[in-house]
Design a binder for this molecule. Structure first.
Ligand code: SF4
Length: 438
């Protein structure tokens, strides 16, 4: 008997594989493998290196474009003048593969952005066609933020699931199954040379646009636990690891620093990457040196905006002076400014083009690459509540309207479609020029 773990396809205008991996399913898979007699199979529609996937170029460190198929744009997204795609392993190929398997005991589907729910819908249709009335459970971000909407597709399991999967299986089988320890994530569910892990969960801050506090309770993993996870990844031959922490550097003296000293001492044959914006406030000289010493390659810094008023109101995690000090520390540790990336938020309620432009100009002067982070209204956040109060959006609306490219059309940001395109071009030009300077 086996359990199907599913990472659904993505329906969107764009999608890029910046180490997008179903870490939650690796955790769930570990509990099932360790504490039950059942086997697990991961149906990862987003695995570009699966034999089921059309070939794609695996860039340096394991990132790259997902295979995509152009499809008709759904009605609510019609104003966006871009092509709309279904990304991932083609439906027919996955269905053929599923037909070759026996009916599982249960299907557990993870979810991402709320506006990616058509991927969940597709998986549930395939499951019903092929395996009939097998119980379906839906967890992850969309299920946690919009449980009512997600309940159309299956039983919703909000929040982090981890060991709670055993309660689900106890109920299904009528046999009490418990865990006596927290197993290491089942990283072996993926055969790729790049993987993901975290050393912390959640974040103690409350930025007005971010749902981290709803999705995870903030906590740190112990040093030994983190090192065991890395050792397991090394054992599996993984060469690149993205740390998907929201709060990697908080309490760095007691968390990041001791862990990274040990990583350096053990000389793990692994390159680390930090794709989530890191907190510049805590990036002191020693943190920068440890990053360089441990071979951290991609470093993305949280900046969001140069408007101090915005930072204070919506993103109280930094001041500009802290950003500048962090960049200087990284430069001193051996990084070139031009290889650093800073996130710039675009499309937040009330924001105008001038404000984004100022932030881009600032980064050009700082010689740090901007990466535009398109604002998406996330249910449960302070910004979403404000937009609801002001009548721009409602929880009853189609979640497709949360799409990251919809902000110029919903009226809450002052940035027009034309300005958005101009700012995108400007960000691209700055990145191109900085790249040339490397
Ligand atoms: S600091 Fe980052 S992770 Fe934490 S709440 Fe703000 S945006 Fe979210």
């Amino acid at each position: 008997m086996w359990i199907a773990l599913v990472h659904p396809p993505i329906y969107d205008f764009t999608a890029y594989d910046l180490w997008l991996r179903p870490l939650g399913l690796y955790n769930i898979g570990a509990y099932i493998k360790k504490f039950t007699p059942y086997d697990v199979i991961l149906l990862d529609y987003m695995d570009r290196e699966s034999s089921l996937s059309p070939p794609t170029r695996v860039k340096k460190y394991g990132t790259g474009n997902f295979p995509g198929e152009k499809i008709e744009k759904p009605e609510p997204l019609k104003p966006v003048k871009r092509y709309y795609y279904r990304f991932g392993i083609p439906r027919q190929r996955m269905e053929e593969y599923m037909r070759g398997l026996e009916t599982p005991l249960a299907v557990l589907i993870t979810t991402g952005m709320t506006y990616w729910y058509p991927g969940v819908q597709e998986v549930v249709e395939s499951v019903k066609n092929i395996w009939g009335s097998v119980p379906v459970f839906i967890g992850g971000t969309y299920a946690t933020l919009m449980p009512e909407h997600a309940s159309k597709y299956g039983n919703v399991v909000p929040g982090e699931v981890n060991g709670r999967v055993l309660e689900i299986l106890s109920q299904l089988t009528g046999k009490k199954i418990t865990a006596d320890h927290e197993p290491l994530p089942l990283f072996s569910l993926s055969k790729r040379k790049s993987s993901v892990m975290t050393t912390t969960r959640g974040c103690p801050y409350r930025c007005s646009f971010c749902a981290s506090f709803i999705l995870h309770r903030y906590r740190k993993k112990g040093k030994d636990r983190v090192l065991s996870e890395i050792e397991e990844l090394v054992r599996l031959g993984v060469e690149d690891v993205a740390l998907y922490d929201d709060a990697l550097l908080i309490d760095a003296d007691n968390h990041f620093k001791p862990i990274f000293r040990e990583i350096i001492r053990k000389k793990f044959p692994i390159r680390f990457h930090l794709p989530n914006g890191i907190h510049v406030r805590f990036l002191d000289e020693e943190v920068a040196e440890l990053m360089a010493g441990a071979g951290v390659k991609n470093i993305r810094l949280s900046l969001e905006s140069v408007e101090e008023e915005f930072l204070e109101r919506s993103s109280p995690k930094l001041h500009l002076s802290e950003f500048e000090r962090a960049v200087a520390n990284l430069e001193r540790a051996g990084y070139q400014r031009e290889e650093l990336v800073a996130y710039v938020i675009i499309g937040v309620p009330g924001q105008n083009a001038r404000s984004v432009e100022k932030t881009l100009d600032y980064l050009r002067r700082m010689r740090v690459r901007p990466s535009l982070a398109y604002y998406s209204p996330v249910p449960g956040t302070a910004d979403f509540k404000l937009l609801e109060k002001e009548g721009y959006i409602s929880l009853n609306d189609d979640p497709l309207l949360h799409n990251k490219l919809m902000f110029p059309y919903l009226g809450y940001s002052e940035i027009t479609e034309v300005e958005f395109e101009r700012l995108r071009q400007k960000a691209f030009d700055i990145v191109f020029a900085l790249h040339q300077a490397l």
